[in-house]
Write a protein that binds this ligand. Structure first.
Ligand code: HEM
Length: 383
């Protein structure tokens, strides 16, 4: 997609035939993400999308202030850094243990699929720990999450309708399961996110049970495939840049800057497609009328040569790397600290433990989605 983005950037604010606007340059994307007249509530679109009609309890990614800020603050207080030391703060040893045990299972196998064998199960296992899902229920939980994530890129032309039905059924089952998990935590709280949210007596008041469940759902869905893709895009990028892979073996501390550069160079979220103009918005001398849909091409902004020197070069030594991988403004990714930590540990351990890994097919097969970018499979051979 990157040559296409270079074309798009010639018109930073472009009106499409369907009346939506595509924003592709770094300055305009950041300006607009900080504009108070921008809404994440799809009901503010003059032509609502099907998703807007389906949604009953929206989660805070699709809610505007002040309600957004209350829910986000409540969730953030218990989730963890950077605002407060929460559940994520002490997770490094646990994450390393999960990663090690996943790698143990294929350490002696010649052919490995980084997606199925590793990147896919990892984040969902982590979120199970955070939410307090008992170990015995994890396989069921994984199944629901897989069905929901699969149904998100449903294509009526190529996919059987069951895929959509399985997704809807899994959403109901998961909703009911989370409700069952939450209920006893009102009286007997443990040290997990659901318990903490159910018993918060802070200045923002408690979340209702429905709000807690929709927040738990949001963390699951927003944090799953994105993290899968960052880990997979990371492994692919390292295998395409063997000198960087070797450097990472010699200098393990490089991983922090390397993951930041990955978020700029090969990010999982390419487009934020669901913004609406509350009122007329003027940007780069163009007036975007109230009710218009605005699509933000984050991955294009992160490759904008007016903001980044030599933007098509993967350079873990890059300074001043304020990429758009996690968005910007009030909806800046909530799970950034966790996603960073997960990816740092995942890539460090893969590089340390895989024996002379080689790509089997380059490029690998990709998901069809233009919004979320990452390979469906990443087969590698090791000695
Ligand atoms: C928001 C990317 C991992 C939870 C966002 C946004 C982006 C993003 C671009 C902004 C969306 C917008 O402006 O509408 C990513 C990437 C990830 C990742 C690339 C992995 C590499 C996670 C994880 C979690 C998470 C692990 C939680 C466990 C959220 C939530 C929001 C969000 C709750 C909404 C924040 C708000 O509306 O205030 N993410 N994310 N994300 N992300 Fe992530």
């Amino acid at each position: 997609p990157y040559p296409l983005y270079a074309e798009l950037r010639k018109t930073p604010v472009a009106l499409q035939e369907d009346g939506s606007y595509v924003i592709s340059t770094y300055r305009e994307i950041t300006d607009i993400l900080h504009n108070p007249h921008l809404s994440s509530d799809v009901r503010n679109l003059s032509r609502p999308t099907p998703a807007a009609e389906r949604r009953d309890t929206p989660s805070f990614i699709n809610i505007d202030p002040p309600e957004h800020d209350r829910l986000r603050r409540l969730a953030m207080r218990h989730f963890g850094p950077p605002c407060t030391p929460g559940l994520v703060t002490g997770m490094q040893p646990q994450l390393t243990e999960i990663v090690s045990s996943l790698i143990d299972d294929f350490a002696n196998t010649q052919l490995v699929d980084i997606v199925d064998d590793f990147a896919y199960p990892f984040p969902v296992t982590v979120i199970c720990h955070l939410l307090g899902v008992p170990r015995d229920d994890e396989p069921r939980f994984h199944q629901w999450v897989n069905a929901i994530i699969d149904s998100l890129d449903y294509d009526p032309k190529t996919d059987p309708p069951e895929k959509l039905n399985l997704g809807a059924q899994a959403t109901d089952d998961l909703h009911q399961y989370l409700g069952g998990l939450l209920e006893p935590r009102h009286d007997r709280p443990g040290d997990d996110l659901l318990s903490r949210l159910a018993n918060d007596d802070g200045p923002d008041g408690r979340m209702t049970d429905e709000e807690i469940i929709s927040t738990a759902n949001l963390l699951l869905i927003a944090g799953h495939e994105t993290t899968v893709n960052l880990i997979t895009n990371g492994m692919l990028t390292l295998l395409r840049h063997p000198h960087v892979l070797q450097r990472l073996r010699d200098e393990p501390d490089l991983i922090v800057r390397l993951v930041e550069e990955l978020l700029r160079y090969e990010p999982p979220v390419h487009i934020v497609p669901w913004r609406a103009a509350y009122s007329d918005i003027t940007i780069a001398d163009t007036v975007i009328p109230k009710g218009s849909q605005i699509m933000l091409m984050l991955a294009s902004g992160s490759r904008d040569p007016d903001r980044f020197d030599d933007p098509d070069r993967f350079d873990p030594d890059r300074q001043d790397n304020q990429h758009l991988g996690f968005g910007s403004g009030i909806h800046l990714c909530f799970g950034g600290p966790l996603a960073r930590l997960e990816t740092q540990i995942a890539l460090s351990e893969l590089v340390r433990r895989l024996d002379r890994p080689r790509l089997v097919t380059d490029p690998p097969p990709y998901r069809p989605s233009p919004v979320l970018r990452g390979p469906i499979h990443l087969h590698i051979e090791q000695s």
